[in-house]
Design a protein around this ligand. Structure first.
Ligand code: BDP
Length: 685
């Protein structure tokens, strides 16, 4: 069905793609200079798209015996067919880059990649332009990825469950075995490759007993089979590993990274893995975090741990992606000197320069944990001699769990554009993680997937846009939210103007709306512990996770200043440190992340904190309600199934937004005793 085909639903376009002459004839023939497995995938996709859109199957040949054709291949293979590409043009391409051009005089549409991956990305881009009715007479363009690593992290467990998954069960595993549905996995690879994703870790970062075995002879043939499917689409496979594997798998009495037996053990593992999967990507590691084992047990640090694995993988070109989500989850809430926000920086910044060149540190966008609003982690830019990867969360753990519409591209854009001032003005996060700012050999962006075996992949159909948008941003962080949104909406719903504008507006406003009716002004949390859905203001207030709002009758917020608080603001470079340190210059939306203030504290908007809380919660719930009437305008314009599905979710969202509104407003009305200036009803239970 359409929901399953997602943004690759070519056959459903209902004639809204027009290809004017003379280019129509080009679509009769595809000429491929040299067919590798990846180029084969590109050709298949192009055939599929053309036959879906135009209703005829193009012929595919390797010789140029027709006047008009679409020609694709690597720049090298194309040079044997014709002189369409000048050396100077080809020289602009990096490894995965591609160029597209119209050679009008010869009736050719050319898609050329430096490598076969480039051909694949170029082909998907070509199809996108086709679907968006772009002018084919002026295809001239050169594209290179901003990031070397564009990665998806699956948090799938082998019992078939998915940690923080909201779209059904795993497509990879069931009942502790690999699933047999290879077509589904192949279709997932197509979706990912179409947005330029080139790496995937296929198991949860919390590696339990069963998944620990993934690196053994028992499972490697199956892992290799998956690697083969992804390889056809240019995607390298990674595994999350258990740091205590030597103990758990072979009964060695230690996992100490400096113990020669342990080092030897990992080297043998690596050899065996690469014997099965010659292009294996490497390991993703969560260590010494939330009860996972790690080097701390042996009095070693994270550089010791990461480097030991890096040495094992190094001979094969493998990478270690070591996560910086390390903090004490057993802290005492009465002890305000330990601030969870400071933990990652405190652990990793002193290790700068000690990591091997095939180690990358993966840092979550914010210092806490994927809240609707957080400042950017001060670790970006704090490590100058270390490769960094930005970690985002596509799955909507804290942002409505795919029952609420919350389009995250605008949030990610803010993260990527944040100026750290690590070197000079303009030291943005995207420049750091790409490796450009500090000339690092590796870099990139990773994100936790939001898919499962639901028919529509993502639970909420519109949540597909977050998966699509992530890949597009990983390729080019400078694309605007509007542009990405427009691409996705048109690929998914076609060219109707009203449909396009309604869905785009719904998406683009949804993050702000979600923020409005949930935790205010950057303070975060206020969710039900454990499953993290729905409002519970004090849910985490008196537990040991380090996630507090400190609301009392006088005020609210976490004092993270140097002067009177936890000192977190000092982890930023100037002028950010001073900007956050003072409540006067701290941006409104992060005020309660950095400061504890009275309810009557005036914001830059002119409102008091308490009035802001009331206003945003009334307005947010109202906006959630309005989304229903906006969507209803699309009745009859899009197919019944997709229309009804989204409608149902929006109705649920509006309902739950009211619950948020009432619980948050009642809580703060009772704590502060200050009434709403506009006299609206606050249910006080
Ligand atoms: C948190 C999730 C938890 C993950 C953890 C992580 O609640 O399930 O294991 O992050 O990133 O957001 O390791």
């Amino acid at each position: 069905g359409r929901a399953y085909e997602a943004w690759l639903s070519y056959s459903q376009r209902g004639g809204d793609v027009q290809i004017p002459n003379p280019y129509r004839q080009c679509f009769e023939h595809i000429v491929v200079a040299e067919e590798t497995d990846i180029v084969h995938s590109a050709v298949e996709e192009l055939k599929h798209a053309i036959s879906g859109i135009l209703g005829h199957m193009p012929t595919v040949t390797s010789v140029l015996d027709t006047p008009c054709a679409i020609v694709l291949g690597t720049t090298e293979s194309l040079s044997k067919l014709g002189g369409w590409i000048q050396d100077e043009e080809a020289g602009k391409l990096t490894d995965e880059g591609y160029l597209m051009k119209t050679v009008e005089t010869e009736g050719k549409l050319i898609i050329a990649g430096r490598s076969d991956r480039g051909v694949l990305y170029g082909t998907f881009h070509f199809i996108r332009r086709l679907c968006m009715n772009e002018d084919l007479s002026r295809l001239n363009m050169v594209e290179n990825p901003a990031n070397e690593l564009r990665m998806i992290n699956q948090w799938d467990n082998m019992d078939g469950s998915i940690e923080r998954g909201y779209a059904g069960r795993s497509i990879f595993y069931d009942q502790n075995r690999f699933t047999a549905d290879e077509q589904r996995i192949r279709d997932y690879a197509r979706l990912l490759a179409s947005t330029s994703i080139n790496a995937i870790a296929i198991n949860n970062v919390n590696v339990h007993e069963r998944e620990t075995k993934l690196i053994t002879a028992e499972d490697l043939p199956d892992v290799a089979r998956l690697a083969g499917i992804f390889r056809d689409y240019g995607i390298r496979l990674f595994l999350s590993i258990n740091f205590a594997s030597p103990i758990q798998l072979d009964g060695i009495d230690t996992a100490d990274p400096l113990d020669p037996r342990v080092r030897e053990w990992w080297k043998r593992r690596a050899a065996e893995i690469y014997a099965h999967i010659p292009d294996f990507g490497g390991f993703l590691v969560k260590a010494d975090s939330e009860h996972r084992p790690g080097p701390f047990t042996y009095g070693r640090d994270h550089a010791d741990g990461a480097n030991m694995l890096a040495e094992a993988l190094e001979p094969y070109g493998g990478l270690v992606i070591w996560r910086c989500f390390v903090y004490n989850c057993m802290q005492d809430w009465r002890d305000r000197s330990t601030d969870r926000a400071k933990a990652a920086f405190d652990h990793f910044q002193p290790l700068d320069g000690r990591f091997h060149s095939n180690v990358m540190l993966q840092v979550k966008n914010g210092p806490m944990d994927f809240q609707v609003r957080e400042p950017v982690s001060p670790l970006f830019g704090a490590l100058k001699k270390t490769n960094e990867v930005l970690e985002l969360q596509i799955t909507q753990e804290y942002t409505g769990q795919q029952r609420h519409l919350c389009y995250l591209i605008p949030q990610w854009k803010e993260v990527l554009a944040f100026d750290t001032y690590a070197r000079w003005k303009g030291s943005t996060v995207d420049q750091i993680v790409s490796g450009k700012l500090f000339g690092r050999p590796h870099g990139g962006i990773a994100a936790v997937s939001n898919i499962g075996n639901d028919e529509n992949w993502t639970g909420h159909l519109l949540a597909q846009a977050n998966l699509f948008g992530f890949g597009r941003l990983a390729w080019d962080p400078r694309l605007s939210s509007e542009q990405i949104t427009d691409e996705w909406v048109r690929m998914t719903f076609g060219e109707d103007t009203e449909t396009r504008s309604i869905i785009s507006c719904l998406l683009l406003q949804s993050w702000r709306t979600y923020e409005d009716y949930t935790a205010p002004l950057g303070v975060g949390w206020m969710v039900n512990p454990d499953h993290h859905y729905g409002p519970n203001v004090d849910g985490y207030e008196y537990s040991r996770w380090g996630t507090y709002h400190f609301a009392d009758r006088d005020g609210i917020g976490v004092d993270r200043t140097v002067k009177t608080g936890t000192g977190y603001t000092a982890q930023y470079y100037e002028p950010n440190a001073s900007m956050y340190e003072s409540p006067e210059s701290c941006p409104d939306e992060l005020l309660l992340f950095f400061h504890h203030v009275p309810y009557t504290h005036p914001l830059k908007s002119g409102k008091t904190v308490i009035q802001h809380i009331y206003d945003t919660h009334f307005e947010g719930a109202e906006k959630a309600e309005q989304m229903i009437s906006e969507w209803t305008k699309l009745k009859g314009k899009i197919d019944h199934d997709r229309f009804e599905h989204v409608l149902k979710r929006l109705i649920e969202q509006a309902d739950h937004a009211k619950e948020w509104r009432d619980i948050i407003n009642a809580y703060f009305y009772r704590k502060s005793g200050i009434p709403d200036r506009k006299g609206r009803t606050i249910y006080s239970f």
